[in-house]
Design a binder for this molecule. Structure first.
Ligand code: FMN
Length: 191
């Protein structure tokens, strides 16, 4: 996808070129590539090396599981999410493994692992579009996820496509100009 950030300072191309695609091609993700994404997540940093993340995965070839995952996605996300090759649910254990105490940075640490996954995907030519608009209660019930594990996000993974006849409408849903708040709005020193 030809939408690159225009950063003020030089940053790594993996960061500058990553986007959340809203058109995916039907090309499947190979098993070695898919495993590499989770391997990248596995090597993420986490507080006390707690590794609180867990992922539920369905590839398009697993028709029943894939449809099940689609059923938890908000209709607003479905036009592009249904085109993904792989759907993933990201969860975080909200308690420390050995004491059961609250894990203050559990969701943050899942985010770090997912960021690793996203950049490994980018390096392999894959795109990842993450989702917050999902039915968490239904996911919890359907997959019997215990209460001490948070259902946090979903990830649609696949090869981004510029456009195709089947996705002509989606092409216009993203502005070619990507924007971010300026550094001075979120980097502070004295107060
Ligand atoms: C945790 C998370 C949840 C997101 N949820 C949604 C979502 O439900 N629907 C959607 O269209 N985009 C979603 N996004 C994508 C963001 O809108 C997107 O990252 C942001 O607009 C910046 O665009 P970019 O990723 O292409 O740089 C989500 C991103 C993240 C990280």
């Amino acid at each position: 996808m030809n939408i690159t950030a225009r950063p003020i300072s030089q940053i790594h191309p993996l960061i500058a070129t990553r986007v959340s695609p809203n058109i995916f091609s039907c090309r499947p993700v190979s098993t070695p590539d898919l495993l590499a994404l989770f391997e990248a997540a596995r090597w993420s940093a986490s507080a006390g090396n707690e590794q609180p993340w867990s992922y539920l995965v369905a590839t398009r070839a697993q028709t029943e599981q894939f449809e099940r995952m689609l059923s938890f996605i908000d209709p607003v996300n479905l036009p592009w999410a249904r085109l993904a090759s792989v759907l993933v649910i990201g969860c975080a254990r909200l308690t420390l493994e050995h004491t059961g105490a609250a894990y203050a940075t559990a969701e943050h640490d899942l985010g770090l692992a997912s960021a690793n996954l996203v950049f490994e995907a980018t390096a392999r030519g894959l795109g990842v579009h993450q989702m917050t608009r999902i039915d968490r209660d239904s996911i919890r019930a359907s997959f019997r996820i215990p209460q001490h594990v948070g259902v946090i996000s979903m990830l649609a993974i696949g090869y981004a496509e510029e456009h195709s006849a089947a996705t002509n409408d989606l092409r216009h849903t993203r502005s070619p100009l990507r924007s971010r708040k300026p550094l001075e709005s979120f980097v502070f020193s004295e107060s």
